[in-house]
Design a protein around this ligand. Structure first.
Ligand code: UDP
Ligand code: MN
Length: 350
C-alpha cells in the first residue's frame, strides 16, 4: 500500500534496478511536477475557473522545460485533507515514477511567474529536499522561516522516510492535536491553530536536525516561491524593464546574431545593471504563491479582500501568460484584463 506510515523499503535499490533495465531514462535528472486540488466543486463560483488557469500556467512551464506533470484531485488518504493531502501523493508519485529523479510539489495557488527560469539542480546535488527558507529564521523559531507550498524532493528512500516522519504529525498520525500544541509553543508567530505541515517541517529542522538537516536545502537566494502581497504590485514595472532589455537585445541581435542567446538569464541582469535600469525588484519572481487566498473555499479570508486576491491572481497569471503568448504573437496589454489580447506589433523584439 502507498499510505503514509506504510513505508516502502529498499527503494533506492529497487529504483536503481529499474533504471538499469530501462537505460533510455538515464542521463538526465527528470523532474515530475505534482500539483492538485480538492476532489469536489469549489464553493466559490469562480474557484474552478481559477484552478483551470492555475493549472494551465503549470502545464505551460512544464512544456517549455520538459518536465512531466501529474494533477491529483483525489484524497489518497481520506484523513489527509487540505495541505496534508500532498504527502501520500508525493510518496505514490515516487514509486509510480522511478524515472523521475525529482518530484516537485507546486501548490495549486502557486504561479510560475518566470517562464524562463530553470531550477539550479547542480546546486542541490547533495540534498534531497529543497524548500524556500532561511536557517537563521528557523533558529529564531519563526513560522515563516520556510514555506512548504512548493517543494522539490528527490525520489529516494530518504524522502519516503522523511515524508513518513513529517506527515505523522498531521491527521494521518495518531497525535495531531498534541502536535498542534507542540508547534504553537515552539513557533510563537504561528497563526493556524492546529498542526500544519509547515510547522511540522520546522519542528523536524529544529529538533531532528542531526538526523535530517544536512539533506535539506533552504533556498533563499531567489524566489523559489514568494508571498504574493510583496509581488503583484510590481509586475507592471517588471514588464517594462524586460521590454526595454528586449529592445536593446533585438538591436544587438541585428549586429551580433551569435551572441544573443547569452543575453537571457544572467546576462540580462548584467546588461540591466550596466544600463542603470536594474533594480533588485525588476527581476521576475520565479514563483508567486497566493497563500491564504483560498479561492475555492467560498469564504472571505479576513486578512485580505477578495478583490485583492482576485486582482493579484489575474495580474500574476497574465504576466506569466504574456511570456507564453509572445511566441504566438499576442499579448495581454492590461494585466488586469484577462480576456483581452492584442497582436504584437510586427517588429516587436523577440
Ligand atoms: N490540495 C490538494 N487537495 C485538497 C486540498 C488541497 O491537493 O483536497 C492542495 C492544493 O494544491 C493547495 C495545497 O494543497 O494549493 C495547499 O493548500 P493551500 O494552498 O490552500 O494552503 P496555503 O498555501 O494557502 O496555506
Ligand atoms: Mn498554497
Amino acid at each position: 500500500s502507498y499510505s503514509v506510515g506504510d513505508a516502502t523499503q529498499k527503494w533506492d535499490e529497487k529504483r536503481r534496478e529499474w533504471l538499469r533495465v530501462h537505460p533510455s531514462f538515464g542521463g538526465v535528472d527528470r523532474i515530475l511536477v505534482v500539483t492538485g486540488s480538492q476532489p469536489s466543486v469549489c464553493k466559490n463560483p469562480v474557484g474552478d475557473h481559477l484552478q483551470l488557469r492555475l493549472f494551465k500556467n503549470k502545464v505551460d512551464y512544464c512544456r517549455i522545460h520538459g518536465c512531466d506533470v501529474f494533477y491529483n484531485n483525489v484524497l489518497l488518504d481520506p484523513k489527509g485533507t487540505g495541505f496534508w493531502a500532498k504527502y501520500p501523493i508525493l510518496k505514490a508519485a515516487m514509486v509510480a515514477h522511478p524515472e523521475a529523479e525529482w518530484i516537485w510539489w507546486v501548490d495549486s495557488d502557486a504561479i510560475f511567474t518566470d517562464m524562463e527560469f530553470k531550477l539550479p539542480l547542480e546546486k542541490y546535488k547533495d540534498h534531497n529536499l529543497v524548500v524556500h527558507g532561511w536557517w537563521h529564521m528557523v533558529k529564531k523559531q519563526s513560522w515563516t522561516s520556510v514555506n512548504a507550498g512548493v517543494l522539490l524532493i528527490r525520489n529516494c528512500q530518504w524522502s519516503l522516510d522523511f515524508i513518513d516522519e513529517w506527515a505523522s504529525m498531521g491527521p494521518q498520525g495518531p497525535a495531531q492535536e498534541k502536535w498542534g500544541e507542540t508547534q504553537k509553543s515552539l513557533l510563537k508567530d504561528k497563526l493556524y491553530p492546529g498542526s500544519d505541515d509547515q510547522s511540522a517541517l520546522i519542528y523536524l529542522l529544529l529538533k531532528q536536525k542531526q538526523k535530517w538537516g544536512d539533506k535539506v536545502y533552504l533556498e533563499g537566494e531567489y524566489n523559489f516561491q514568494s508571498y504574493w502581497l510583496g509581488v503583484v504590485d510590481g509586475l507592471d514595472d517588471i514588464t517594462k524593464g524586460y521590454m526595454e532589455v528586449d529592445r536593446q537585445v533585438s538591436k544587438l541581435r541585428r549586429r551580433h546574431a551569435e551572441k544573443v542567446s547569452e543575453f537571457y538569464g544572467a546576462m540580462r541582469e548584467q546588461y540591466m545593471k550596466e544600463k542603470g535600469i536594474w533594480k533588485e525588484n525588476v527581476r521576475r519572481p520565479f514563483m508567486t504563491h497566493f497563500t491564504g487566498c483560498e479561492p475555492c473555499s467560498g469564504e472571505y479570508n479576513p486578512d485580505y479582500t477578495w478583490e485583492a486576491c482576485w486582482n493579484g491572481m489575474q495580474k500574476a497569471l497574465n504576466f506569466a501568460d504574456n511570456q507564453v503568448l509572445r511566441t504566438y504573437g499576442f499579448v495581454h496589454p492590461d494585466l488586469l484584463n484577462s480576456s483581452l489580447v492584442s497582436p504584437l506589433p510586427f517588429d516587436f523584439p523577440a
